[in-house]
Design a protein around this ligand. Structure first.
Ligand SMILES: Cc1cc2nc3c(=O)[nH]c(=O)nc-3n(C[C@H](O)[C@H](O)[C@H](O)COP(=O)(O)O)c2cc1C
Length: 227
């Protein structure tokens, strides 16, 4: 979207056009934006043609409201600013879905792991892990996350074998609650494994190769919070 159109859309939102119709003339709006009446009028026509606003005309004034498409455009801007200003305790990791060998399933149903997940993360995971191969450019973020203290699931032993500790971080993917788990004995270095109360693959309709973004929260050691 052209920056000057976005600027006008923002001004219209400030004047109330997100939540109803605002009545104003091109020159009134132009004064707010330091634009001539002619330029303002041109930009309004463009916004309307592109479907960002709706207009109804009166004798000298017009009633303007922002459409759903316009609202989405403003929400995108809001998201950028929100990320810039929020506390630096969420790290966003991009990558693509891959299939492992299905070993994660075996571990996530071990009784003692389940007990600790419930107690420390606040949920019982769906059996299995969702694997995300982290984009090359985000690998340094992965190292950064691992350098920070997470929620530790302690090692334990059964009569048959021993199980290693796992460092966990609350996370979310497409708004769904999950946790990034880093088993101390894992052989993966560029992969984030997620556990979740939901079957993420099915709920989000994910297939191998799909691009995803995971928000990983640092510095949260208390029980789960919904994202
Ligand atoms: C909760 C949890 C605990 C794990 N504990 C161990 C372990 O004790 N020893 C081990 O060799 N691997 C452990 N792993 C890691 C798996 O060996 C492996 O890295 C991973 O889960 C592979 O899953 P996938 O085949 O589904 O990709 C654990 C994995 C998870 C999710």
């Amino acid at each position: 979207m052209k920056p000057y159109l976005l600027d006008m859309l923002k001004q219209l939102a400030i004047l109330g056009a997100l939540h109803g119709k605002v009545e104003l003339s091109s020159s009134q709006l132009g004064r707010k934006l330091n634009l001539s009446q002619q330029t303002t009028s041109r930009h309004l026509i463009a916004l309307e043609k592109l479907g960002y606003i709706k207009r109804e005309f009166g004798v000298r004034k017009q009633r303007i409201s922002i459409s759903d498409k316009g609202r989405r455009e403003l929400e995108k801007e809001y998201e950028i600013y929100r990320r810039l200003f929020e506390k630096k305790d969420t790290v966003y990791i991009s990558g693509k879905i891959i299939s492992g060998m299905g070993e994660g399933r075996y571990y996530t149903v071990q009784e003692e792991y389940v007990r600790q997940f419930k107690e420390k993360l606040g949920f019982i995971p769906f059996p299995g892990t969702l694997n995300i191969e982290v984009d090359q450019l985000d690998l340094s973020k992965l190292h950064f996350i691992k350098s920070r203290r997470g929620i530790e699931i302690e090692a334990f032993s059964t009569p048959d074998r021993s199980f290693g500790s796992v460092m966990c971080y609350h996370a979310s993917i497409s708004g769904l609650k999950c946790a990034a788990v880093f088993p101390s004995r894992s052989h993966y270095s560029n992969i984030v494994e997620l556990i979740s109360p939901y079957n993420l693959r099915e709920t989000l309709n994910l297939k191998d190769g799909d691009k995803v973004e995971v928000a990983i929260r640092l510095g949260y050691h208390e029980k789960s919070r919904d994202s």
